[in-house]
Write a protein of this length. Structure first.
Length: 452
């Protein structure tokens, strides 16, 4: 098994991705020579180049000269010239997840997994521990608002990583502390059925290093760990580590925290919704397990500003609010819209949603329709295909026909502004939702709603 200490020069295919770019920065920080390819130039690739990591945008096997490891993402086609060149020349090749697993064996690791909630929880744990004096490195699957980046370099032996369930990637990790936020069915094109999703998460729990600790949402299946590993259920209103006495206060929540280590009363989190309190409960539990002081935990929670595109408030006036969110699973959408309702109960809730993937739309169209029916008006966009080819008979109409609202319309991405404007009213909260390219319209939507 290849280990991190034996690598000196790494070439990365798909280096501009949110996860790959973080790996590139980490490897460079630890003395490796790093280069990479990506299909197009982006702000992330520009940042990498500014930091001394060369990136090119045309397939060029000569860029592999001297490298002793090729790291690639599943999105890179096997016909890629640099991929085939590495294969034919015998250069060792690993997926991004295997590289992260290699790192997790060399460092003390906190890994956060879950169908939803993992990005916010990873970001919050990273910020909370740093606020408590532990200089952790953070690999976050989104841009943290506190640090303006998805990679937060630290100097301690600890790192916090987002554990991705896609393609069973998280089974490459070897964490000291693991968190499982949820196990909802997703990526059924990979797993086949919900039972296989659950089995994969349970397998992840057993990847703990000897003496490791698992924090698992209290309503999830019980995990029987081997050896001296320990499992602690957590959640809102349930679990050994639990939050209760929630008081919603505009954009935030005040709550009490309880565990075997004691109780912290009146913690303030400047993010709305029960689901964010649940994420915070996991983060506080990790911090407590590492000996963090109550005063530092309070300070860290109050100063956490969230993750870009996770309940990201882009505009707010007295009667109009605009929120952008990455949610792309029915459970996520329901939780997010319920949080909006609790925050702004008297506002008309207008949601623009772009489904992500044909397979996900096919598998969860009933759930999407039910979640979107929590709104007052819905603008439903065409499916964003990402890595997939169209599937016959699968379209956004499957969702649209089941939405139980009179105020609903179908729209292209280019027609989004016109479609939203038909529901122009005050007071209103507009939410754009989805993991595709709906985020390219954020500034335009912000300009539009500011005129309402």
């Amino acid at each position: 098994m290849m280990e991190l200490a034996n690598i000196s020069r790494v070439h990365m295919l798909g280096i501009g991705g949110i996860g790959m770019s973080a790996l590139a920065r980490f490897l460079k920080m630890h003395g490796k020579v790093v280069s990479g390819y990506d299909k197009t130039a982006t702000p992330l690739t520009a940042e990498l180049e500014a930091e001394g990591i060369p990136v090119h945008f045309h397939e060029d096997p000569s860029k592999l000269h001297g490298c002793d490891l090729l790291v690639y993402t599943p999105a890179v086609p096997k016909s890629h010239a640099e991929f085939t060149a590495a294969l034919s020349s015998g250069i060792p090749m690993v997926k991004r997840a295997e590289m992260l697993g290699m790192i997790s064996r060399a460092f003390k690791t906190i890994a956060v997994a879950g169908t939803h909630g993992k990005t916010s929880t990873t970001g919050l744990i990273t910020h909370l521990l740093r606020s408590c004096g532990l200089d952790v490195t953070g690999f976050v699957g989104g841009i943290t608002n506190n640090y303006g980046t998805n990679f937060i370099p630290g100097k301690s032996e600890w790192m916090v990583v987002e554990a991705d369930e896609f393609d069973r990637s998280f089974l490459q990790l070897s964490p000291d502390i693991a968190v499982i936020t949820s196990m909802d069915a997703d990526h059924l094109d990979i797993y086949g059925d919900a039972g296989q999703v659950t089995e994969s998460y349970l397998s992840f729990a057993h990847k703990l290093k000897p003496g490791g600790t698992l924090f698992i949402q209290h309503a999830l299946p019980e995990v029987e760990l081997t050896g001296d590993c320990k499992a602690f259920p957590y959640g809102v209103g349930g679990g050994i580590c639990r939050a209760d006495n929630l008081h919603h206060r505009g954009l935030g929540v005040t709550f009490d925290y309880h565990s075997m280590a004691g109780s912290f009363r009146g913690l303030n989190l400047n993010l709305p919704g029960r689901y964010n309190v649940e994420n915070a409960t996991a983060a506080v539990s990790v911090a407590v397990s590492l000996g963090a002081a109550e005063a530092d935990i309070r300070k860290g929670l109050e100063s956490f500003n969230g993750i870009k595109r996770r309940f990201d408030i882009k505009y707010r006036s007295e009667e109009v609010v605009y929120i952008d969110d990455y949610a792309h699973h029915p459970t996520e959408i329901s939780a997010m819209l319920e949080a909006v309702r609790s925050m702004l109960p008297g506002y008309k809730l207008i949601v623009a949603f772009q489904p992500h993937l044909y397979t996900r739309t096919r598998d969860f169209h009933v759930g999407f329709a039910s979640a979107l029916s929590l709104a007052d008006a819905v603008v439903l966009l065409d499916i964003y295909p990402a890595r997939e080819l169209p599937i016959e008979g699968v379209s956004s109409d499957m969702v649209f026909d089941l939405i139980e609202l009179e105020d609903k319309c179908r729209s292209s991405l280019s027609g989004l502004l016109e479609s939203l404007n038909r529901y122009r009213t005050r007071p209103a909260v507009v939410v754009t939702v989805g993991a595709g390219d709906i985020d390219t319209q954020v500034e335009s939507v912000k300009s539009l709603v500011s005129t309402w």
